[in-house]
Ligand binder design. Sequence first.
Ligand code: FEO
Length: 171
Amino acid sequence: MLKKKMLKAFNDQINAEMYSSYLYLAMEAYFQSISLKGCANWMRTQAQEELMHAMKFYDFVIERGGKVTLEAIAKPETAWNTPLAVFEAVLKHEEHVTGLINDLVDLAISEKDHASNNFLQWFVSEQVEEEASASEIIEKLKLIKDNTSGLFMIDAELGTRVFTMPAPAAE
Ligand code: FEO
């Protein structure tokens, strides 16, 4: 059974992951509006991953005998000036989420909730990957600067990203 504090923190994290999904859908819409279909595909995939993250938390709360409580999802930003600005916003957001995951781990440790700590370690590793992939794209976009053909090459590369469901949501 989840303790009250832990349950509240997991419910907050479900909301944070849903917001992440919403934010990446807004970023997809931005890329669709400037016809960068590959970047749009990357964002759609990212949004699907975030929904999967939310569901992992959702299923874990239920598995531990807690009640999922959904709250309103905040309105995401909807406009950016350049593709680089979007990916910089992705990195900033992921760094924020890493902080949230670290806080959850701290809480699980202080509550002596080993099962939650164990569950959260998947997210600790996931955040390393999320920050690394955003950083890599930012570096590439900085290298090409205003080179249009370079941008189209990056767009084509990001167009190949596909969503894969890793493991059953509650595992
Ligand atoms: Fe669910 Fe991008 O962290």
